[in-house]
Write a protein that binds this ligand. Structure first.
Ligand code: DHB
Ligand code: MG
Length: 231
């Protein structure tokens, strides 16, 4: 086997290591049909997230940015592994994408809303509501938080993530942390670069967490996760 580049290596590894089923490929095609951008996590990243939740023993995952529910399916399935009962709560700002995601989740055998709940609204609207519900004892704290939404609020999402988490041992992951730092100066998007850089610097000053920026190569080219552990 001759593998010429990072994408080849990724597809090769996926073909040997990852069971991609029809529900996952349907999710990608349904998301494209819906007119949503093709920016779901890759199969390798989805599996990585699912293994991380299992390694961390997560039970309650919070996802900010649902899109078509591709990563939500990976989370929901991983939370059921070994007969465990967990739940992913995902936040989506667009109503038709929420519908799409719930359809994709059901199509993947995930019970909505018992195993995966998709909440409609902007992150900064929904997260304070979740925090209030947690404080009122109406819902459990989260132990794994995946941030994959608009960049201007990235730090706010992170800060809410810390407050919504169980505390030490909880994990917060930010998608696209590297891609946004390196983003070309497309008109109006230079700010995402600055935001991505300032998030890394703020997380570095934040004594509530220990963090690392993990660069990745693969189907999504040069990118990476910012991963933080609550301490
Ligand atoms: C973009 C957003 C994402 O969440 C992603 O994974 C890749 C790209 C974007 O907005 O460009
Ligand atoms: Mg992303």
């Amino acid at each position: 086997t001759v593998l010429a580049n990072a994408k080849d290596v990724d597809s090769y590894a996926v073909s040997h290591l990852i069971a991609i089923d029809k529900a996952l490929t349907d999710t990608i095609s349904n998301t494209a049909k819906n007119g949503a951008p093709p920016i779901a996590v890759s199969p390798t990243q989805g599996k990585f997230l699912s293994l991380l939740t299992r390694i961390s023993g997560a039970q309650n995952v919070l996802e900010i940015g649902t899109l078509g529910g591709y990563s939500s399916i990976w989370f929901a399935r991983s939370l059921k592994a070994g007969g465990k009962k967990g739940k992913v709560t995902s936040v989506e700002v667009l109503e038709d994408r929420r519908e799409l995601a719930m359809q994709n989740l059901r199509n993947a055998g995930v019970k909505v809303p018992e195993e995966a709940e998709v909440l409609l609204g902007a992150g900064l609207e929904v997260l304070p509501r979740l925090l209030a519900e947690i404080e009122q004892g109406k819902r459990p704290k989260f132990d794994f938080i995946f941030i994959d939404a608009d960049w201007e609020n990235q730090w706010n999402y992170f800060d809410y993530g810390v407050k919504l988490s169980k505390g030490p041992g909880s994990v917060i992951l930010i998608d696209n942390a590297v891609q946004k730092m390196l983003e070309d100066g497309i008109a109006g998007q230079g700010k995402r670069r600055e935001d991505a850089i300032s998030v890394v610097e703020k997380v570095g000053q934040d004594r509530r967490v220990e963090a690392v920026l993990l660069q990745t190569l693969g189907a999504k080219q040069h990118d990476g996760f910012l991963m933080a552990l609550l301490v």
